[in-house]
Ligand binder design. Sequence first.
Ligand code: MG
Length: 412
Amino acid sequence: MSRRLPEGAPAASSGRAPPPREGEGGGARRVVVLGSTGSVGRQALAVIGRFPDRFRVVGLAAGRGGETLAQQVRAFRPGRVAVAGEKSAGELRRALGRGCPDIAIGTEGACQVAAMEGADFVLSAISGGSGMRPTAAAIARGRTVGLANKESMVLAGELLGALARSSGARILPVDSEHSAIFQCLSGQRREDVRRLVLTASGGPFWAKPPGAFARASPAEALRHPNWSMGEKITIDSATLMNKALEVIEARWLFDLPPEKIAVLVHPQSVVHSLVEFRDGALLAQLGVSDMRGPIAYALGWPERVPLDLAPLDLAAVGRLTFAPPDETRFPAVALGRRALDKGGTAPAAMSGADEAAVAAFLAGRIGLPAVAGIVARVLDEHVPRAVDSIETAWAASEWGRVRAEALLDEIG
Ligand code: MG
């Protein structure tokens, strides 16, 4: 019997019906935003704020919090909030006075908010590997999870997929490429899929001479040509490590072997990704490069939210170009494939090493080309073991980070 992807849902999803919607007796969708003060979190709240009859914020988690979080709490009045530490909690209490909601602390606090009572949808938008535990908590609770934190899948994709199947959780991609693929797979049979094609902008240095990449300052590398995103992912875009992480994310999200996941450089970021079918047909999803698109798609799924983004004017774009990735200057995608090939905890170790190397670049300690060099050395040293628990995945990521920091100290 053919296996149809349930309404285009990724393999990690169950066939369970979405939570009740307005007019179906359930009122507005009750949303938790993890990483609410980050780039995706702020854009998500911008979307939610425009559709108060569709969405209601019931929980927020943010690292430092500060005035941005205080404003979000005033605007959306969530029942629970999580912040990284007591200092941030104290600031929030002072800022909000008697209107302050219940505050949970640390990763454990973020996990509590992720799994809180009365939520339908959890947007996982904490940056980096530290987003994994709260994401796992939401999945274990059977929530619909909008996944912007790709590291969750990189660290423990197979495990989280299995957890979703047993809890009945649904994982909806928010990463623009994976959202595009998810949309292209809608109503298709998985045995008809020949391969997925992830597009990559190439980052700010793609069309520049190799020297520009080698000498890039953090400020230059943070100037992404098409997308407005957080710092970590923007640097990952400049090295193409972001695409390596996305290949791994796609591998588990759509349950396809790595050789069926291709990467294509497309500097205009208009085609967000494609699916090639066995009859040779290619389906692509196109749109403006604005994260509010994939965020709203996940939030509203299976409905589309009437966003008022400027429409994509293809006549004005004029030309769409495509090129194979330059694996000499940008070895990161090959590193991602090597990590998948090594298997087990290798992608987690790679992700941890990348976080340390990106931090070192942003601190001015190393140049951009050294990021992949550090990651490659850590990956070569890593002896993978099976990802049998979230703790194992986290420990491997931390091992990768610590090992990369030791190598960075050797460099000076
Ligand atoms: Mg992406």
